[in-house]
Design a protein around this ligand. Structure first.
Ligand code: DOR
Ligand code: ZN
Length: 344
């Protein structure tokens, strides 16, 4: 298979940021994806439907001429999210979900939820209205090892949550472990997961052997190879519970190559080709369209796209750097490396 035509894919988890960042991030994403779930961890976060509508308008100003891009918005769950905001999401034509960051788990999560049990009255409304809850699935206690934080979240937070709310529609975002993959497989159709290109293509050795590689640092952190193998298996299995979400997260070079470097991999400009590389390695290119273009839309209850994109088996070298701010570039995921697939 050297030419692959797919229904246009969607990215069900992306960080576009705000202000000048949008000049870079919006065109990079919109050249491949029709829709993207735009994560709300701005400073300050996007907490209401009204703020999400305004943020969407700022994004739309950066969509290149002739490109049909449809940002799908998400609210940021805090300890103070009012229950009646959930009905507003249900009634909104641009907001599709709410994202819960455990406070302190990752970039701009300080306003996240301090204890999920405190917001069960709001989650009740999510279940009632079938509004998806998007989860950053890691516990944050300082005594829990960073490599165990996802597994501990499954046991300590997610299992009790689903016992309390068995019909809750939920996406476990950017899963990184075999434990999370198996957990999702054991639940009903209302529980799904996104998987990033970095967690399919790399493991912690890529980040830590032969020198520390800050551009592979993201959260949840890359795990050992056996987890990567399971993620590849489930992503390429054709199971609709697993779909594309890049977690493309831009940070300027100076913020990544730093004594205290930020978490996030910038994959937006090459995302679909990176996924094609992973699926090809598994001999499962035939399963890419479901993962990239069908299952996410089906889960969110949105129509599948109608246009197509074409990928060709043609080598391309990922840029060493991309312009971001006037004096600070961005280093994309797998910078300077050659992959086998190109977008036509
Ligand atoms: O690596 C990450 N970067 N993980 C997240 O959860 C957030 C993201 C960001 O916003 O930079
Ligand atoms: Zn994210």
């Amino acid at each position: 298979m050297d030419i692959l035509t797919l229904l246009q894919p969607d990215d069900w988890h992306a960080h576009l940021r705000d202000g000048d960042s949008l000049k870079r991030t919006v065109p990079d994403l919109a050249k491949q994806f029709h829709r993207a779930i735009c994560m709300p961890n701005l400073v300050p976060p996007v907490k209401t439907v009204e703020e999400a509508v305004a943020y969407r308008e700022r994004i739309m100003q950066h969509v290149p001429e002739g490109i049909d891009f449809d940002p799908r918005m998400v609210l940021y769950f805090t300890d103070h999210t009012p229950s009646d905001e959930i009905k507003k999401i249900k009634d909104s034509s641009v907001v599709n979900a709410i994202k819960l960051y455990p406070a302190g788990a990752t970039t701009n999560s300080d306003n996240g939820v301090s204890d999920i049990r405190k917001v069960y009255h709001v989650i009740e409304q999510l279940e009632e209205h079938q509004v998806p809850l998007l989860l950053h699935g890691e516990v944050t206690h300082s005594h829990v090892d960073i490599f165990d934080r996802e597994k501990r979240f499954l046991d300590e937070v997610l299992t009790p949550l689903l016992r309390q709310f068995p019909q809750l529609k939920l996406v476990l975002e950017h899963i990184t472990t075999a434990d999370a993959a198996h957990f999702v497989l054991e639940q009903g159709r209302q529980v799904a997961a996104t998987i990033t290109p970095q967690h399919l293509l790399f493991n912690r050795n890529d980040m830590l052997v032969g020198g520390i590689k800050p551009h592979f640092y993201c959260l949840p952190i890359l795990k050992r190879q056996s987890h990567q193998t399971t993620l590849l298996e489930v992503a390429t299995s054709g199971n609709p519970k697993f779909f594309l979400g890049t977690d493309s997260a831009p940070h300027a070079q100076s913020k990544k190559e730093n004594a205290c470097g930020c978490a996030g991999c910038y994959s937006a400009p090459y995302a679909i080709e990176l996924y094609a590389q992973a699926f090809d390695q598994m001999g499962k290119l035939d399963k890419l369209e479901g993962f990239a273009s069908h299952f996410g839309a089906d889960f969110y209850g949105l129509e599948r796209n109608s246009k197509t994109i074409t990928l060709v088996r043609k080598e391309q070298t990922i840029a060493e750097r991309l312009t971001y701010f006037p004096n600070d570039d961005i280093i994309p995921l797998f910078a300077g490396q050659t992959i086998n697939w190109s977008l036509q």
